[in-house]
Write a protein that binds this ligand. Sequence first.
Ligand SMILES: N[C@@H](CCC(=O)N[C@@H](CS)C(=O)NCC(=O)O)C(=O)O
Length: 253
Amino acid sequence: MTPQLWSLPYSPWSEKAKWALDHCGVRYAKQRYEPLLGEPAMRWRTRRWRGRVSVPVMRCDDGWLTDSFDIACWAAAQTPAAGLVPPALLERVREANARSERGLAAGRARSLMRLLDHRAGLRDMVPPATRGPLGPLAVPIAAFGVRRTLRKYQQTVAGDAEQTLVEVLDGLRAELHARGGAEGELVYLLGSFSYADIAMAQVLAFVDPPATHLRLTEATRETFRDPELAPRYDDLLRWRDALYREHRDRAAG
Ligand SMILES: N[C@@H](CCC(=O)N[C@@H](CS)C(=O)NCC(=O)O)C(=O)O
């Protein structure tokens, strides 16, 4: 069967899964997930009655995969030659992914707080078909959804979100420095391109989102951008952009 992927077009977690699948040349059908409204159906499909439901979720011949890392490992196993998760480096990739998840959770919390203060951003969070009929209620309903998302994921943020994000970004900077590389040369966390790079690159979506692949409106793009941290991590943003040019945009044609 053709794998089916439920995802959110603006989400870095969904982007992790899509990039992994695309890099491994796996064809799949995309299904758009609607936060909140789509949850009961997703629980039913995956037979997951308790706990958090999140996307990406993928259905394939091996069953249901409900985490981006599992999807990436599955993709890597379909095309080992793509080198996405080299078996000998699995634990190092897993560890990079765990750091990416910490950074993403902290980045999401900060971005959602900015979104709560951004009327146009909130409006854009409501699907266009429902925005019209909701009229002036669209913004408060979106704000309700954002507060709910903040509560839903609050346990994933350990301690102070800014401090956590800074720690993860400083760690990434130190690792890339340790890899050396000539001026302008693209360096990889594990020596050659792997899922560790994809995972860590996604954290930077909440510093300043990439120009391609995450589908954001002008307003939601503003809320993803961290005005305090973006100027401080310009070197990491340039690394992320080079990674996209070399391994994402070019591959996507
Ligand atoms: N560890 C999970 C986290 C996924 C995650 O946080 N997904 C969020 C952002 S795409 C989500 O589903 N949000 C919508 C919702 O919770 O309803 C993964 O990597 O798959």
